[in-house]
Design a protein around this ligand. Structure first.
Ligand SMILES: C[S@@+](CC[C@H](N)C(=O)[O-])C[C@H]1O[C@@H](n2cnc3c(N)ncnc32)[C@H](O)[C@@H]1O
Length: 508
């Protein structure tokens, strides 16, 4: 029973989240994580201490299933094993919570309990609390869809104030299949010290509140990074940055959309003579950020007609800024099909670990441009079947086909890898975990790099052979150069590796 000092504004005390109508999950036997700890009376840590598999994955043991039975020490949320705390009145920050016993770094302090509500409900509540004139805000995020509101119902954790130099932090645990938020000490804390955690990213206060934590590194405002609900209907994090969901393109859940805002449609593909001075080989890309890639060949005889005719591809070629392939004045333009799987991964917070391709900062700025729901039909996928027949020589057709096969193989490999790692990703999604295991990430990045390379090699073989055709047509010696003056290798693979190595995929 919690006794509150006089003057504490009334609220209902709870020590279990209130799901407001929605019943907490009922775990199936198959979903219960069972550790392999064995209780040894001479070694108390043996009963689900820090080496317990469940503890290591921030999951509480399930009563009746844990091999350590009643000795299990990994049911702290369920048993409300909180440290002793005391309410006190601060200066200028309302009520606060003090440690009433010494606390060790890493120790579970208390659960942040409240009403579990949806994003929509949270937005409405923030507004109505504001209009009711409530000064203190108690809503924190549970996962991307749910929030915990401790305004009217909560545990003592609702009194923990913010500090930019905190002694505690929030951590998410899975308890009987549900995600719950605990406050954990991040340093040793002496009895009598005020408990604090950093509200940034977790707290959804409406009004801007000046921070009075007094820390040297103070951010000046509470939840300065989370910014509040009124302005942003939902936030999406990548690294240290947070974005409004309105700025992130939305996709049909029924389809896996490639990132259309990063794709460009190549609208023309031609050789032409430029004032008799040489040949301009240009690839025009249209899309949100139309750009043009030009390759100039200056050793064509002046006045000679080198126009090969515009090669109109029957279907649009979609290229991706993810590719990091041919590079012109800092803008990357490749000939890649975007992968189908990428959006699935990126739709989760885990996805940010898988940014093979453009650097995160570039990707972010591009994602922000699109506010509407877009469909990939704006830029169809490159129909590669028709490409080899554009060439007259059988040798060339075979070469292009070879690269096409390698490209298709890399795509298939990526697809099957996705199927293989999908359970791990979904598991992390459902637990709202920030990242999937490194080994999974490494495999994923490796498969992407292979695919990028194969895509590049294929595209390069097409370009190279078009150039060779141009050269043969003029009978001149043409030395390919891109606009930056770099020579084009006759070996697509080498060029592909070079581009990939110097572009972003190599940096992931
Ligand atoms: C979750 S409540 C914390 C408990 C609150 N002090 C109370 O009396 O109920 C969050 C509110 O406490 C106040 N607060 C918390 N940390 C603060 C800080 N560092 N500086 C100023 N006000 C703070 C703000 O009014 C904020 O909206």
């Amino acid at each position: 029973m919690v006794e509150l000092p006089n003057g504490v504004p009334s609220y209902t005390h709870i020590d279990q989240n209130d799901f407001r109508g929605h019943k907490p999950k009922k775990l199936k036997d198959d979903d219960i994580a069972i550790c392999n700890c064995k209780y040894n009376p001479n070694e108390p840590e043996s009963a689900c201490g820090e080496r317990c598999l469940n503890v290591l994955t921030s999951t509480e043991c399930t009563p009746g299933y844990c091999p350590c039975n009643d000795f299990c020490k990994n049911q702290k949320f369920q048993k409300c094993e909180y440290v002793k705390t005391k309410l006190f009145q601060t200066e200028g920050r309302g009520w606060g919570l003090l440690a009433d016993e010494d606390i060790k770094a890493g120790q579970f302090v208390i659960e942040y309990c409240g009403e579990v509500i949806s994003l929509e409900e949270a937005k409405q509540r923030v507004q109505s609390y504001e209009s009711e004139g409530l000064r203190d805000a108690y809503i924190i995020s549970l996962n991307c869809n749910n929030f915990i509101d401790a305004t009217k119902k909560g545990s003592l954790a609702r009194f923990i104030n913010h500090s930019c130099l905190p002694n505690c932090e929030t951590r998410k645990w899975t308890v009987l299949g549900e995600t719950r938020v605990g406050i954990f000490a991040n340093v040793d804390i002496c009895s009598g010290t005020e408990l604090t955690y950093n509200y940034n990213f977790e707290w959804y206060g409406g009004a801007t509140v000046r921070c009075l934590c007094g820390a040297a590194n103070c951010c000046k405002f509470l939840g300065a990074r989370s910014q509040g609900f009124q302005e942003y209907s939902h936030v999406w994090e990548e690294g240290d940055d947070r974005y409004k969901v309105e700025e992130v393109p939305l996709y049909d859940s029924a389809e896996d959309e490639p990132f259309p805002q990063m794709c460009k449609t190549i609208s023309s593909f031609k050789f032409e003579s430029v004032d008799g001075a040489g040949i301009d080989y240009s690839l025009k890309a249209e899309g949100d950020e139309a750009s043009e890639l030009k390759l100039n060949f200056d050793s064509v005889k002046p006045g000679s007609s080198v126009l090969m005719g515009e090669v109109s591809l029957k279907e649009d070629i979609v290229v991706s800024l993810d590719s990091g392939s041919l590079n012109k004045q800092g803008s990357e333009l490749g000939f890649l099909q975007t992968t189908e799987m990428a959006p699935r991964l990126r739709s989760t917070s885990a996805g940010r670990n898988f940014n093979a391709g453009a650097s995160p900062s570039k990707r972010k700025s591009k994602q922000h441009k699109s506010k509407q729901k877009k469909r990939s039909s704006g830029g169809q996928q490159f129909n590669t079947r028709d490409i080899p027949i554009l060439f007259q020589s059988k040798e060339v057709q075979d070469e292009v086909r070879k690269y096409e096969e390698l490209k298709n193989q890399a795509t298939t490999d990526l697809q099957s890898l996705y199927d293989e790692i999908r359970p791990a990703i979904e598991q992390h999604e459902s637990n709202s975990q920030d990242s999937v295991p490194t080994s999974v990430g490494e495999k994923w990045i490796g498969a992407h790099c292979n695919k990028y390379r194969a895509d590049f090699d294929f595209s390069f073989s097409i370009i190279k052979n078009f150039l060779d055709a141009a050269k043969n047509a003029t009978g001149s010696q043409i030395h390919g150069q891109n606009s930056a003056g770099a020579g084009i290798s006759a070996q697509p693979t080498d060029a592909g590796m070079e581009a990939i190595g110097s572009g972003d995929p190599g940096n992931v």
